[in-house]
Design a protein around this ligand. Structure first.
Ligand SMILES: [Zn+2]
Length: 254
């Protein structure tokens, strides 16, 4: 908006906030193009949009469009300054601006969705959700994959965040989750027989170490008490699991 001029546009719901903010910045240039004035300041709350413009992020179509239009307007004798306003509080006249913005947003709800292009990356969150659902349901292979070691840990598909771990610990945690480690599975490559737990003489598996082996019971109970791998990986912090396998000397064998 500028003075009494308010421009609004209904964009597709597939668009990201980043795209929506860049579209708004381009609308501001439309207002400037139609104005008889020559000095302008565009106030925007979109830091990411302004940074993308300053960095000439030309692979983003709306940044490219903005820069082309901006250069044309400046070449025609206009002065245009871009200013970031972090939040809207404490700025004189802002309440009025907010009211006009709300009115424009409500008006846009009943208008036709504009035929605009979206960035391909805008579709990633939706596609991720869609494919997760398809994979979960249609791949009844996963719902019916109860024999898969990872299925018992993660019956419902989704992202597993291990960002607070080091790269090495994150890799070790993933091996524990799928139940495949060097010490429990190298026999498949070497042609030897499956290793046994020295104490229990049963098959040495990740589940045995983490939940079952009686010789590790006392140490284990210092860190967690779980009855299933799903419960362990869902409820116990990864660093606690790391501490346990370090104390029982399993860490360097994973
Ligand atoms: Zn054992």
């Amino acid at each position: 908006m500028s003075g009494d001029i308010v421009k609004s546009l209904r964009i597709t719901s597939h668009a990201s906030i980043f795209t929506a903010e860049l579209v708004a910045l381009n609308l501001a240039l439309d207002i400037i193009r139609r104005s008889r004035l020559i000095k302008f300041v565009i106030f925007s709350g979109s830091l990411s949009g302004l940074v993308a413009i300053r960095n000439c992020q030309l692979e983003t179509a709306y940044v490219q469009k903005f820069i082309i239009n901006y250069c044309q307007l400046v070449s025609a004798g206009n002065s245009i300054t871009l200013i970031w306003i972090p939040g809207h509080t404490g700025i004189r006249g802002n309440e009025r601006g907010n009211e006009r913005a709300d009115e424009a947003a409500k008006a846009a709800l009943t208008s036709t969705v504009s035929t605009m292009k979206c960035l391909a990356s805008d579709f990633i969150p939706e596609l991720t959700m869609l494919y997760r659902e398809v994979w979960q349901a249609e791949i009844a292979e996963w719902d019916g994959c109860s024999a898969n070691k990872l299925h018992s840990v993660k019956p419902h598909l989704g992202y597993c965040s291990v960002t607070h771990l080091s790269h090495r610990d994150a890799a070790i945690l993933r091996r524990l989750r799928i139940g495949h480690t060097r010490v429990t599975h190298k026999y498949l490559l070497s042609g030897h027989s499956q290793p046994l737990c020295d104490e229990c003489q049963c098959s040495l598996t990740v589940k045995h170490i983490l939940l079952e082996c009686c010789s590790l019971k006392d140490v284990r109970e210092k860190y967690f008490t779980c009855s299933s791998l799903k419960e362990l990986f869902e409820n116990v912090d990864a660093t606690t699991i790391m501490d346990f396998i370090k104390e029982v000397n399993f860490y360097h064998l994973v």
